[in-house]
Design a protein around this ligand. Structure first.
Ligand SMILES: *[C@@H]1O[C@H](CO)[C@@H](O)[C@H](O)[C@H]1NC(C)=O
Ligand SMILES: CC(=O)N[C@H]1CO[C@H](CO)[C@@H](O)[C@@H]1O
Length: 473
């Protein structure tokens, strides 16, 4: 508590000084500007220093109340444009000028050797080459629609059903928290490394632990560090050390795999999985003496990205076959409603590579455009009753799926989640298989789950209890 209080005071002080001496001048120079912080009064109204530690989407949402759905604020070195509007979000996300993720020199690039590498946060040609390679290779391996991936999902599903069955035989009440991490990661991990993790794999447990610590840095911590790099010297404040450590662990883990594969030397003649294909490409590029994009650093970052995407983004999915998916509109509508309420990535970033305009106002190159997906999903203008859980909002009178284009659970445009199809399929299969056999209720002996979440890069529910029973028919 005290730590937040001190942080808030420091931040308030810095913002005041900074806004007066730097921002004030820059804002004045230009002709048409987005609404945003202009005077001390705006900062006081928005109360931003009090939000230290709160998820970004809440901060951006509160800003909307004062400045409207699209606004801009400048703190220290960083200029952020907040977007809480679906049309503007789609425009930004599909604009070729906004392909980049974060400006150069952003503190988050410490995770990728201070370069904009990888798929999640990569920029420019580095990102385009890595993403194309990953999409092509993973889809050749069966990711997306392939039966290979359906088979992996079924294997993991059986594991989950066995675990649930064991619970039903005993106390019937359990904490679903973490229940789906390993199975969903395994669906992807099979294609990446050709193996699956067991539920109590030591190495995995350790990596996940680091990964979860890392999550927080995506809130004001990362924003503040980018704005005021010297804050990193107060480690407890920003948890800078935790995620630098996390990054080192991940790099070491994948470097180890890389060395094993190179020693084994199967990857050239008999590539089996994503890692093999990557190393083969790296070798070819090495041999051409012009290896710009398939470097070791790029490899380590891409692998870390895929691991994180697999570990985090799907938390919940004859097991029912995918064939039935389009014939079950109510289930699809329910999925859409779940993804609207509980979108996993609440805020996503884009970075303009040249000056551009939003709402006829100029945005400078290198700004961070924060798209508040959660805010859009809960917008009063789009959904008249956003807080109500109502799958019917996604169904027409004839039972067709509608309104899905008003949500962005997997992003939009060239940078949208490359695992969207697999995530949706995994979700559908896990969800239907569980509900076919079991019914789930809130545990009467435990407090109601909190609607507050644990949020960083992604959102997760706080731990809660559920009672499970076998269905009779
Ligand atoms: C490619 O070259 C780099 C730098 O010389 C080296 O570290 C790496 O192991 C090589 N990779 C392969 C697969 O040959
Ligand atoms: C999902 C997850 O692991 N969240 C963690 C994010 O960071 C906070 C604070 O460090 C942890 O308490 C959460 O468990």
């Amino acid at each position: 508590m005290l730590q937040y209080f001190v942080a808030s005071i420091i931040l308030l002080f810095i913002i005041l000084v900074d806004t007066e001496f730097i921002t004030w001048k820059t804002f004045r120079k230009k002709r048409k500007e987005l609404p945003g912080i202009r005077t001390i009064l705006d900062i006081i109204k928005w109360k931003v220093p009090l939000y230290w530690g709160l998820p970004n989407y809440i901060i951006l949402g509160r800003g909307e109340e004062y400045f409207g759905p699209v606004f801009q604020y400048k703190i220290g070195n960083s200029c952020t444009v907040a977007v809480n509007d679906i049309q503007v979000a789609r425009k930004v996300m599909s604009s070729p000028d906004c392909r980049d993720r974060l400006p150069e020199g952003h503190v988050l690039y410490e995770r990728s050797f201070n370069k904009p590498l990888g798929i999640l946060f990569g920029n420019g040609k580095n990102w385009a080459v890595s993403r194309d390679f990953a999409v092509k290779t993973l889809s050749n391996l069966g990711f997306g629609q392939g039966t290979a991936v359906e088979h992996c999902i079924a294997t993991e599903m059986e594991d989950i059903l066995q675990k649930i069955e064991a619970i039903v035989q005993q106390e019937c009440t359990f904490q679903p928290h973490g229940f789906f991490h390993v199975p969903t990661l395994n669906v992807l991990w099979n294609l990446i490394a050709g193996s699956r993790f067991s539920h109590n794999d030591q190495k995995l447990t350790e990596l996940l632990k680091y990964f979860y610590k890392w999550n927080r840095s995506f809130n004001l911590g990362a924003t503040a560090l980018h704005a005021f790099p010297w804050l990193r010297h107060i480690p407890k404040l920003t948890e800078h050390d935790a995620w630098v450590n996390g990054h080192l662990k991940f790099s070491a883990f994948f470097k180890n795999i890389m060395e094993e594969r190179i020693t084994k030397n199967n990857y050239l003649d008999d590539p089996n999985d994503f890692i093999d294909y990557y190393l083969r490409e790296m070798k070819w590029q090495n041999d051409s003496n012009n290896n710009e994009y398939f470097t070791e650093e790029q490899f380590l970052t891409v692998c870390t990205d895929l691991f994180m995407a697999g570990a985090d983004t799907t938390r919940t999915e004859n097991l029912p076959s995918l064939v039935y998916k389009t014939r079950m509109p109510y289930t699809e509508a329910t999925t859409a409603e779940i993804l609207r309420h509980a979108c996993v990535i609440p805020v996503t970033g884009r970075c303009p590579v040249r000056d551009m305009e939003i709402n006829e106002c100029s945005i400078t190159k290198g700004s961070i455009i924060g798209i508040n997906i959660h805010g859009i999903h809960f917008s009063q203008h789009i959904w008249s009753d956003p807080k109500v859980f109502r799958p019917e909002r996604f169904l027409s009178a004839e039972g067709r799926i509608i309104n899905q284009e008003k949500t962005l659970p997997f992003g939009y445009g060239k940078r949208k989640c490359l695992g969207e199809t697999t995530s949706r399929n995994t979700f559908f299969l896990f969800f239907t298989a569980m509900l076919q056999r079991y019914s789930f209720q809130l545990s009467p002996q435990h407090p109601k789950p909190s609607l507050e979440d644990v949020c960083g890069l992604s959102r997760a529910p706080k731990p809660y209890y559920v009672t499970v029973q076998k269905r009779s028919n």
